[in-house]
Design a protein around this ligand. Structure first.
Ligand code: HEM
Ligand SMILES: *[C@@H]1O[C@H](CO)[C@@H](O)[C@H](O)[C@H]1NC(C)=O
Ligand SMILES: *[C@@H]1O[C@H](CO)[C@@H](O)[C@H](O)[C@H]1NC(C)=O
Ligand SMILES: *[C@@H]1O[C@H](CO)[C@@H](O)[C@H](O)[C@H]1NC(C)=O
Ligand SMILES: *[C@@H]1O[C@H](CO)[C@@H](O)[C@H](O)[C@H]1NC(C)=O
Length: 332
């Protein structure tokens, strides 16, 4: 940006009063006065999306993780690429993988009709994610709201931050610690893989060449491996998908039972039972679903608290920033 452009940009922010340089104070019932129907509208949208396709629950819930880890929960994930900005949708962990963006668009569309310019896309992700879990048989919790939507997105940051399905427990613990998330948070939040699917692309290295050894991961249960080899043969279609746990439409502790039995899908899943630092939590959650639910809710709230402290706005359309047309006009 040229200095003149920058000046104009900041003047514009000043004018519209959307710039907030410090973290927002999040609280329950943030929209009680300004948009009392907000939570109801989001929940209805998720319900309808799940009737269309049950997997929408998993896909929507995953958006919270991929949004919040990259510069805080600011809906940066939802911005489409522009000529000036490579967004996060095509980042390594997201391309051909993240889905159900249109479900968030649907909620936003209704909200803009009922209370225009009030509810942020970042908050929609947080509400939608909570609803997806609750509507899949998982716990319900109160969400804190009041987030702003980012003015930018960064493909590079996403590539640098988001973990690989090949990751081991040690590197996952280190990554989560950077976000003040504990070992228990890591294990509980991984339990989100109680719903949804993953591609063969994410698992073939583990089936045929674990850690570059030319051999499969030896910790896989033999019967499960046979099933996986059939689903994801060497050289097969990487886009074929398999269930992340044995009950993929129900949010329960089956995921942890699967791990105990050597039937975890991703390496990043199974490693939680292989490594001593996390094994006891996996065992505990496999035996006690309430313990899992309690820890999961704590983890989701901490994940939702992550903020960048950068300026933000309430986007009118979750895919584009509000002021973008102004900048394009000036550059011509
Ligand atoms: C601990 C590190 C994690 C890693 C390495 C990881 C990795 C992955 C991968 C590779 C997939 C499948 C992608 C594909 O093959 O297209 C996936 C799916 C999924 N992940 Fe994670 N994930 C992690 C943590 C989380 C967290 C914290 C959440 C939510 C709070 C989450 C929610 C989901 C969900 C719900 C799906 C299924 C999505 C669908 O069916 O569309 N994951 N994850
Ligand atoms: C875990 O993964 C990291 C990063 O890939 C690697 O450096 C480390 O050696 C691995 N640790 C173990 C114990 O396998
Ligand atoms: C983690 O907690 C420390 C100490 O409270 C704080 O300074 C830091 O900003 C937090 N980091 C994140 C990513 O929230
Ligand atoms: C397995 O991985 C290693 C290291 O990435 C690589 O050098 C080797 O060629 C791979 N082997 C096969 C059979 O793909
Ligand atoms: C999956 O499908 C997409 C879109 O058709 C394609 O671009 C991509 O290369 C495929 N990925 C794999 C791993 O086969």
């Amino acid at each position: 940006m040229s200095p003149v452009l920058l000046l104009l940009f900041f003047f514009f922010l000043l004018l519209t009063g959307t710039a907030t340089a410090k973290p927002a104070v999040l609280r329950r019932g943030f929209y009680t006065q300004t948009c009392p129907e907000a939570e109801f509208i989001v929940r209805n949208t998720i319900k309808e999306a799940m009737v269309r396709e049950a997997r929408n629950a998993a896909s929507v819930m995953r958006l919270q993780f991929h949004d919040c880890f990259v510069n805080g929960c600011d809906a940066s994930l939802l911005l489409d690429d522009t000529p000036n900005m490579l967004g996060e949708k095509l980042a390594l962990s997201n391309i051909n993988s993240l889905r159900s963006y249109e479900v968030i668009d649907e909620a936003k569309h209704v909200l803009e009709q009922i209370c225009p310019g009030v509810v942020s896309c970042a908050d929609i992700i947080i509400m939608a994610s909570r609803d997806a879990v609750a509507l899949s048989g998982g716990p319900h919790w109160e969400v804190k709201l009041g987030r702003k939507d980012s003015l930018t997105a960064s493909q590079e940051d996403s590539n640098n931050i988001m973990p690989s399905p090949r990751a081991n427990t040690t590197s996952l613990i280190d990554l989560f610690r950077k976000f003040n998330l504990s070992i228990k948070d890591l294990v509980a939040l991984s339990g989100s893989h109680s719903i949804g699917k993953a591609r063969c692309f994410s698992v073939v290295f583990r089936l045929y060449n674990q850690s570059g050894t030319g051999h499969p991961d030896p910790t896989i249960d033999p019967n499960f491996r046979e099933k996986m080899d059939k689903l994801c043969p060497l050289g097969g279609d990487g886009n074929v998908t398999g269930d992340l746990d044995a009950t993929r439409e129900t949010f329960d502790n089956q995921y942890f039972k699967d791990l105990v039995n050597g039937r975890g899908f991703l390496n990043s899943d199974q490693t939680l039972f292989v490594f001593a630092q996390t094994r006891e939590y996996v065992r505990q959650f496999s035996l006690n679903q309430n313990e899992f639910f309690k820890a999961f809710v704590e983890g989701m709230i901490k994940l939702g608290d992550l903020q960048s402290g950068r300026p933000g706005e309430i986007r009118r359309n979750c895919r584009v920033v509000n002021w973008q047309p102004v900048e394009i006009l000036l550059e011509e």
